[in-house]
Ligand binder design. Structure first.
Ligand code: SF4
Ligand code: SF4
Length: 518
């Protein structure tokens, strides 16, 4: 399929459009330059954090634990000295919103920078292709090896590459699972495959995922699978700086010695170095990950032929076409303001996190109890979460219900970063003034530091008048039914036999007993 591209001077060039720009595996040519250096710097930075972070430890009192640890069985996330609980979901929400806004902001300002420099798909593809290049050689040698028939040499080279790929994928999976199961505990168990079901699943799944995605799928993920590549277009416009080819300067393409030609010498090196296999000279394309390698390649060529750098460069569509200045659009400013706003909200949420949390559950078995001295008792289960890094003793108190007192123990010791339960019985006088459900505030405060407290509103249940009458109605229902049937029987027979009508001695007794009141 072809489409036409208008060139400088009105010439038209037919550009092939294909679903996959280059069939088969893309073996990109190596290139050096500032963008390549930045890319490798990001690989080192992200992978030092990922592979190294799992080994960091943190001393918490007398215990040493992983510094970065998602403890799923106990529902804790450890981030150095911070311990986050499921109740901190709002904080997670802020983190996700800030990350999304940062991505929108960068994309609106400079296109798919994240894809080209920090996306895990890019980073692991770089690592896997680096291994491939060390074993199979330069792109031409790799293509020749792919095309060659299977022979012992090819099997040995391919086998070595896949063995290293599998080792890298396995270590990546072990590191990933190490953020959920402390890695110093995981490794010895792994040696004898003494792992739990979910540990085993994630180890195998993540290793296979990494091996397939980075070893085989590579740029296809960026082109066909990544949803971000599909919707990034709505975040960019003619003012967004992206990797672009200066058509006005480069066309018409010809060798460096041709007179009247543009600056592009049509060496195609920019295409050869592209990890996604596209030709940026055909215009901005969704498959471009803005990695800047074509800029490095073209700058090298321009240096060689003695022309100014920047034939391919980060520039807005406006700048490349000469249609106007590149300005920061209101949309970009809005992303920046929202980013700052949610970042501040997240920090505020973090700083103002309470040190104690309280959950109050009513005793589901017994709604209330009447005591011999004419009082009503309600039972509660208090779950007290101590978010500090030391053991704390808490005292339970109640508020808001006149005459109510706590019966029994009111104190509870809770270990650091733990939850403990306290059964609390509250007693209130049944003097007829209060009926039904009445509000009751339950408070737990740190012993000696009443300002460090948490409270929750619950209900205290008194007796209902309606409850009594409805109970009486339920008790009398069989008798009423019997009486109705007796009235029917009497109207049918002048001398009714109660025993015959009821057919039940018990019913007779009920009828005799309750005949009067009914
Ligand atoms: S066109 Fe250039 S910036 Fe885009 S993916 Fe290819 S090499 Fe990277
Ligand atoms: S590297 Fe530069 S000179 Fe060579 S083909 Fe690409 S744009 Fe033209």
């Amino acid at each position: 399929m072809n489409t036409d591209t208008t060139l400088a001077g009105g010439a038209v060039r037919a550009v092939p459009l294909t679903f996959h720009p280059r069939p088969g595996t893309v073996h990109a040519r190596a290139v050096s330059g500032r963008f390549n250096t930045w890319r490798w710097a990001m690989v080192w930075l992200t992978q030092l954090v990922f592979y190294g972070g799992v080994w960091l430890t943190w001393r918490d009192g007398d215990t040493v634990r992983p510094a970065l640890w998602m403890d799923i069985p106990h529902e804790r996330l450890y981030l150095f000295d911070q311990v986050l609980w499921p109740q901190d979901a709002l904080l997670f929400a802020f983190v996700l919103i800030v990350a999304a806004l940062a991505l929108f902001f960068v994309t609106a300002l400079a296109g798919r920078l994240f894809c080209g420099f920090a996306c895990p798909q890019t980073v692991y593809t770089m690592m896997f292709t680096w291994v491939e290049a060390r074993i199979e050689g330069k792109p031409a040698a790799r293509r020749a090896l792919d095309a060659a028939p299977w022979a012992p040499r090819k099997a040995a080279i391919k086998g070595a590459k896949h063995a290293l790929w599998l080792a890298l994928a396995a270590w990546t999976a072990i590191t990933f699972v190490g953020y959920f199961t402390p890695i110093r505990d995981l490794l010895p168990r792994l040696a004898i495959w003494d792992v739990g079901m979910w540990e085993g699943f994630w180890l195998l799944f993540y290793a296979a995922f990494t091996y397939l995605q980075a070893g085989f799928a590579r740029e296809s993920v960026c082109q066909h699978m990544c949803p971000y590549s599909r919707f990034q277009g709505v975040m960019t416009d003619a003012h967004t700086r992206q990797v672009g080819y200066d058509r006005r300067r480069g066309e018409p393409r010809a060798s460096a010695r041709s007179r009247g030609a543009g600056d592009c010498v049509d060496c195609t090196i920019c295409v050869q170095v592209c990890p996604t296999g596209i030709d940026i000279r055909n215009g901005v394309q969704y498959a471009c990950i803005n990695c800047g390698l074509c800029i490095d390649a073209c700058d090298t060529v321009m240096d060689r032929v003695g022309r100014a750098r920047g034939l391919i460069r980060f520039a807005s569509e406006n700048a490349l076409s000469g249609r106007g200045a590149t300005t920061v659009q209101p949309r970009v400013k809005m992303y920046a303001v929202l980013f700052l706003l949610f970042a501040v909200l997240g920090v505020w949420q973090m700083v103002t996190r309470p040190e104690v949390r309280l959950d109050v559950l009513r005793d589901r078995g017994v709604l209330m109890r009447e005591t011999a001295d004419g009082r009503i008792e309600n039972a509660y289960l208090l779950k007290v979460a101590n978010l500090t890094r030391e053991e704390v003793e808490y005292v339970a108190q109640i508020d808001g219900l006149p005459g109510a007192t706590i019966v029994g123990n009111t104190r509870l010791r809770v270990a650091a970063n733990s939850v403990a339960s306290l059964r609390l019985t509250v007693s209130a006088p049944d003097d007829g003034m209060l009926r039904g459900a009445q509000p009751l505030d339950i408070v737990v405060a740190r012993l000696g530091r009443p300002d460090e407290n948490a409270s929750e509103r619950s209900r205290f249940l008194f007796r209902l008048r309606r409850f009594r009458s409805s109970r009486r109605r339920r008790e009398n229902a069989p008798v009423q039914r019997f009486a109705a049937r007796r009235r029917v029987a009497r109207s049918a027979s002048p001398a009714p036999n109660i025993a015959q009508v009821s057919g039940s001695g018990t019913a007779t007794m009920w009828a005799t007993k309750y005949a009067g009141p009914l």
